[in-house]
Design a protein around this ligand. Structure first.
Ligand code: AMP
Length: 249
């Protein structure tokens, strides 16, 4: 079984982002970038699948600018065998990314594509679902457990109020939720080894997919500032303030 894992470059989760003054988006210059946290979980799941003997090869794919090679190298250091960068402008819409991933999945003959459930920059939660539809494959989204058996994979999904278990026939698409695993840290020897692993560059216009935008961002605004808190001296003062100032009791 060949596993493709989609890796997105995003602003590091610990960075506090600022909205651009013209409200057209978020300031990205000179910020620390990282693998999208849910993609890290997807890479770990793909690598564990190979380590358990269910997969023969793990291929990491990113769609974006040349800078994404940094995140692909991290995926290689975590244990992916090789990587593909689909060279494209950063910030493509999920549909365009899904089309590019579909083309690569077909070229590679992937049996399983693992993605993060969501990218923490766009909060789209769309690419995996669109990819499954474009490929005509089964999908197991928000996966918190994977078990390989026979010709398919059993996926436990986090749903409102509980867990749902599905059996997917391969080929299939899975999106990783937070509790699927705890991604490993890439060790220094593996980071060094990853530098020598193959990383192929594919120009997006060679894939024959229409990536023209369908959406226009009208405005981005920062969340409203929270009022400063007040320190109270006693419980009775707190009760008094909840009555008179907050008006909640
Ligand atoms: P989204 O639909 O944007 O929330 O992203 C869900 C998942 O799709 C991410 O966690 C990635 O696994 C994958 N994905 C989205 N955009 C890209 C991209 N530009 N390159 C590679 N994978 C991506």
């Amino acid at each position: 079984m060949k596993v493709l894992v989609a890796v997105k470059r995003v602003v590091d989760a610990n960075v506090k982002v600022r909205v651009k003054t013209d409200g057209s988006g978020v300031e990205l210059s000179n910020l620390k970038m990282a693998i999208n946290p849910f993609c890290e979980i997807a890479v770990e799941a793909a690598v564990q699948t190979k380590e358990a003997g269910h997969a023969s090869e793990v291929v990491a794919v990113s769609v974006g600018s040349d800078a994404c090679q940094e995140q692909l190298r991290t995926a290689l250091a975590m244990g992916a065998d090789r990587a593909i960068l689909v060279q494209a402008p950063d910030g493509l819409e999920p549909l365009a990314v899904a089309k590019a991933l579909k083309a690569i999945a077909r070229q590679e003959g992937a049996d399983l594509v693992v993605l993060g459930k969501q990218s923490i920059d766009g909060d789209n939660n769309q690419t995996g679902q669109m990819l499954a539809a474009l490929l005509g494959n089964a999908q197991g989204t928000f996966a918190s457990k994977l078990e390989f058996a026979g010709e398919g994979v059993k996926v436990t999904r986090e749903v409102d109020g509980g867990l749902e278990t599905l059996h997917l026939t391969l080929p299939a698409v899975i999106t990783a939720d937070l509790r699927l695993n705890e991604p490993r840290y890439a060790s220094l020897p593996n980071i060094m080894k990853a530098k020598k692993k193959p990383l192929d560059l594919v120009a997006i216009d060679t894939l024959g997919v229409d990536v023209s935008p369908r959406l226009k961002v009208l405005k981005v605004t920062a969340p409203a500032e929270r009022d400063a808190g007040k320190r109270v001296g006693s419980v009775s003062e707190l009760v008094q303030m909840l009555k008179t100032e907050a008006g909640v009791i």
